[in-house]
Design a protein around this ligand. Structure first.
Ligand code: COA
Length: 693
């Protein structure tokens, strides 16, 4: 196919116009994701007007240049007032066109991109395309008819998870649901779409708006049933609730009124705190890949991965690597542990295939790429070796000394330590420049966070390799400086100190857990501690009753697995308040002369959140984290901080640093020097750290 491409009508327009015979080809050319920014909306409307006015044009094709058709509205515009023409204006013009308009979709049609395609008279998509309305993940709902057109094009039942949860579908599903008219090979897309558009030219086509909502049964009951079924998951979030209302409107009121309502709801959500927080995370989760000094630094080769230690973490890390197509040599000295790990990996892959989240061929390849060994010598070929052994400096130093003997020159050596000194671990080798921390979170094949810990001597290409590995295995990496607990666990320790102090002062585990869970965390600190096991790092021989935890362990209360910890557990595994644990805590308080009192929920909230947030500020001031957003990414992806509040640093910004300092003083905690300085100077959190040191 040949066609003339011209920027139209003004030079530098992000919408190109060309004619190929009787078909006008309108191309969105707005890298990197063809977002529908104002010049694109203007360009689309003008190109459409030009095509409609040209008597030689019989049909119009809308395509995207580059990797994807269209990534939706330009998120950067959401911080400003909406400007005309709106996407709705453009889509109305498309739908009203006398000449058929067909979308040729490749790569992805997201948000406004899918709304654009749905307003066209026909849609073709290339195999491998992803289609979604992800607005709710940004605290929004579609604002250009997406909630109205989708349930007219596909069954309501299938539209619900896409609109209310942002669930994506692939080209094959879009084909099955008849969201698209044809699915074709990527290199046949434009030609097929052109033919398809010409085929529509002489036919009467009915716009999507004229169709009824596609529901089998009582449509309102279907929406209400979905809302009920997913109540817990969407609790406290404004956007899914608004999306459900928009769907109810699709059923109850006329198209134009429902679209106007949808747009009003979308604009209102845009300025609300939840969307602001979620947009902050969208950008923060991309910024983590950008590190000063790493521009143009190529990662090292990482095809063969060695993992030392086949416990829970080693097994989870192996799964994450295998699922991403990397080959793994899992080394473990206890044959029984190694066997168990292999079985667990196989069982998980079988489950993934059964669930449909992995193709059988991929699972077979993954299993084939797993090798097991009891000998470090077998790691000689590995490009990257991750140690996931017991959390003890002595153990880790011994392993690294051994790895130094067997690893090939240039191999990357990483420790999965969750708080130990990475420089001291690196010092056990003669190649500290090749060493870094790769702190995975449990379960390592599921949790998205990866802390990449930069040691004093870690080479730039080692850190670049950590970031590149994360991308390869679908994790969000955050580079952290070396300190006890790095970013996440260091802040968590501060929360834990406050939580346990309040316990001794008379608060119950359930009251404290409730505060954290009401905030939106999946689990409070005491239920979490019970689940992880209170005996983690505890030893009966050295235990001296010095902490509440030690006393619980001494009483055999090792957590949920023992049926007793901070809580008692019934046979169904449900946590129930424990008189025995309460008695242990009271006795501890007596022994330490701690007076027990009633602690109100406001004090509990402040003590649980404010000191740990201030610890985040110390972390920034010390250069352990590069940006406030990095800390937010850690907490949201590794610790269950609710996304729609943006993370601890976003939370601090929203509450005001002066209020944070006052709040700390009101609970008897001195604000950190860094916070005091910020408050005195009126400077923002972003001025704190600029380099990881
Ligand atoms: N508006 C503005 N910028 C966007 C954008 C959008 N809708 N979607 C992506 N970008 C930016 C990213 O912030 C990133 O910017 P950076 O290079 O300055 O960091 C750049 O485009 C590339 O995005 P990235 O996510 O790194 O690329 P990718 O190829 O991995 O993924 C997408 C591309 C489109 C799949 C992904 O960016 C995405 O899901 N975007 C959000 C889409 C969305 O929610 N649209 C609805 C908006 S209401």
């Amino acid at each position: 196919m040949t066609h003339r491409l011209a920027a139209a009508p003004a030079m530098m327009s992000p919408v190109l116009y060309a004619c190929d015979g009787a078909v006008a080809i309108v191309s969105i050319d707005n890298p990197p994701v063809n977002a529908l920014s104002l010049p694109v909306r203007r360009g689309l409307r003008e190109a459409l007007g030009r095509a409609v006015a040209d008597p030689a044009v019989k049909a119009i094709l809308i395509v995207g240049t580059g990797r994807i058709f269209c990534g939706g509205a330009d998120i950067r515009e959401f911080d400003h007032a909406a400007a005309a023409p709106s996407l709705t204006d453009v889509l109305d013009a498309i739908e009203a066109s006398r000449k058929p308009v067909v979308a040729a979709v490749h790569g992805a049609a997201l948000g406004g991109g899918l709304e654009l395609a749905m307003a066209c008279h026909g849609r073709l998509c290339a195999t491998g395309t992803r289609l979604a309305l992800p607005e709710v993940t940004l605290g929004l709902i579609p604002g250009a008819g997406g909630t109205q057109r989708l349930p007219r094009l596909i069954p309501l039942h299938d539209a619900l998870p896409m609109i209310v949860m942002g669930k994506p579908i692939d080209a094959a599903q879009a084909d099955r649901l008849e969201l698209v008219d044809q699915v074709v090979a990527p290199d046949a897309l434009i030609d097929s779409a052109r033919d398809y558009a010409l085929g529509l030219a002489d036919r009467e086509v009915h716009p999507v708006r004229s169709r009824p909502v596609n529901a089998d049964g009582d449509a309102l009951a279907i929406v209400d049933g979905f809302a009920q079924e997913h109540r817990a998951r969407i609790l406290g979030q404004e956007a899914p609730a608004a999306a459900l209302d928009a769907l109810r409107n699709a059923i109850r009121i006329g198209f134009d009124e429902a679209v106007a309502n949808e747009r009003a709801m979308s604009l209102k959500l845009r300025t609300g705190p939840q969307s602001v927080a979620l947009r902050h995370l969208h950008f923060a989760e991309r910024e983590v890949f950008k590190l000063p000094g790493l521009d143009g630094v190529a990662p090292r080769r990482m095809e063969r991965v060695g993992i030392v230690g086949a416990g829970t973490m080693g097994t989870g890390i192996a799964l994450a690597m295998l699922s991403a197509g990397l080959s793994v040599m899992l080394v473990e000295q206890q044959p029984a542990v190694l066997c168990r790990a292999r079985d667990a990996i196989e069982a998980r892959l079988v489950r993934d295939v059964a669930k449909g989240s992995m193709a059988r061929a991929q699972a077979d390849t993954a299993l084939r790429q797993l090798e097991l060994s009891g000998a470090y010598q077998d790691l000689g070929e590995a490009d990257l070796i991750i140690e996931a052994a017991y959390e003890s400096m002595g153990v880790k130093q011994d392993i690294f000394a051994m790895l130094d003997q067997v690893a090939r020159t240039g191999a990357i050596l990483a420790s999965n330590t969750s708080y130990l000194d990475i420089d001291a671990i690196a010092a056990a080798t003669r190649r500290p420049q090749d060493v870094m921390g790769l702190h995975f979170f449990s379960p390592a094949n599921i949790m998205r966070l990866l802390e990449v810990v930069r040691g004093r001597e870690s080479a730039p290409d080692i850190i670049a390799s950590g970031l590149s590995l994360a991308r390869k295995i679908g994790k969000v990496p955050v580079v952290a400086g070396n300190c006890h607990g790095f970013i996440g666990n260091r802040m968590l320790a501060v929360r834990r100190v406050q939580a346990e102090a309040m316990l001794a002062e008379g608060a119950t585990p359930q009251a404290i857990d409730r505060i954290i869970e009401a905030f939106g965390f999946p689990m409070g600190p005491f239920r979490m501690a019970d689940l992880a096991g209170l005996d983690l790092g505890w030893s009966a021989t050295t235990s001296s009753g010095a902490t509440i935890r030690e006393r619980l362990n001494e009483a055999g209360r090792h957590g949920q697995k023992a049926g007793a910890g901070f809580y008692d557990y019934d046979i169904a595994g449900k946590a129930v308040p424990s008189l025995a644990a309460d008695a242990i805590v009271r006795r501890y308080a007596q022994d330490h002369g701690i007076a027990q009192r009633l602690i109100d929920s406001e004090e509990m909230h402040d003590r649980l959140f404010l000191p740990m947030i201030d610890e985040g500020i110390r972390i920034l001031a010390e250069g352990v984290a590069l940006r406030p957003g990095d800390i937010d990414v850690v907490w949201v992806n590794g610790y269950g901080w609710p996304r729609h509040t943006g993370g601890p640093m976003h939370f601090a910004r929203a509450m005001g640093l002066g209020n944070l300092a006052d709040g700390l003083r009101s609970i008897g905690v001195a604000p950190s020097p860094a916070l005091q300085k910020l408050v005195a100077s009126g400077a923002s959190l972003d001025t704190l750290a600029q380099s990881i040191g």
